[in-house]
Design a protein around this ligand. Sequence first.
Ligand SMILES: C=C(OP(=O)(O)O)C(=O)O
Ligand SMILES: [Mg+2]
Length: 428
Amino acid sequence: MSEIVDLKALEILDSRGNPTVAVEAHLASGARGWAAVPSGASTGTREAVELRDGDARYGGKGVRRAVAHVEGEILAAVRGMEAAEQEALDRRLIELDGTPNKARLGANAILGVSLAVARAAAAEAGEPLYRRLGGGAEAFTMPVPMMNVLNGGAHADNSVDVQEFMILPTGAPDMAEAIRYGAEIFHALKAVLRGRGLATGVGDEGGFAPDLPSNEAALEVLMEAIGRAGFTAGRDIHLGLDVAASELREGGRYRLASEGRELDAGGMIDLLAAWVERYPIVTIEDGLAEDDWAGWQELTRRLGGRVQLVGDDVFVTNPAILRRGIDEGVANAILIKLNQIGTLTETLEAIRLATEAGYASIVSHRSGETEDTTIADLAVGSAATQIKTGSLCRTDRVAKYNRLLAIARELGDAGRYPGLAAFPRAEG
Ligand SMILES: C=C(OP(=O)(O)O)C(=O)O
Ligand SMILES: [Mg+2]
């Protein structure tokens, strides 16, 4: 046990070259913890607020005010608090901010402190962070990775509407093999694209971002890459999508620009149902927009029995909004993004609530990331069964996979890799 004596914050860069907040927490014992805050591009409207300076520096995106809040007002309020008492710390931060969405001090300032202190407390205890998140558990579930190898939507400048096409190594026996499957398919996909004369540059999350004539064409190149790498789709590998449909919404309809068509919610559900028929898709995130609650209920009724339906923009990792979704039959899984809600405690609360309701939790990166690997520990230590952390070729993404490899070796048999069992609704 040791108390907080200092907080140092720094404006650093994220993987898109935009400023973000890093915090180092210092304890009386000399233990330290460091954390950096990620940043999204396809953000939900009800996310906790990222405080940005709005002045001439970095086109208004500077975070010097958030940095000043950490070293000024926040430090003054938490100095002397016990670092191991995470809930008390996070409650204090929430009260100090005083707004419902952390707009005054900034969720970037608050999350940086919340995570840096969690890491300092783990360092003080001589334990890896994941061991401190699971309430003293001895056995852990390693997360099945959703690897985003083909980028579209707001994360790439190509013609593809669906934001993320993901491969899931559901048939791998363990974490290390899962990552190998993913990397081999990633390389095979490059060869497939090159062979067709398509671009092999990558999008924000390190997935390829070629121009393709339709969203189905993206699914087809993925299927080809899986086979070319020597794997069997539907056995070794399943597919996942993040439609990020809030970004497609225009005047109450969904615009698929690459296909030159506009659909209502019913049309989108029909389209997703057809894809689930034709391809081994076991998970679909944000299949409809955050403000299309009635559409989401219909989507869940139609497809919720056979595929994982993940709420990202619609829930924004907010326990209160998730509660309403559970009560009203919206989705059957939640995407967990620390900076959507802004503290570790509230993030764990969202996962707990989801688990109690039979919803799966998927711990996720943001499209703007850093070398911080906290989400790997969160995915292992919490009740989450999956992780979404991008492709296999950018260090901001690979850092998380490398951390998972290290944790898997450390845990050995105490770290079970669930494979397809992480998707109870998938039809085998
Ligand atoms: C990771 C995602 O993107 P962003 O961080 O841009 O919200 C997502 O939409 O799931
Ligand atoms: Mg999403």
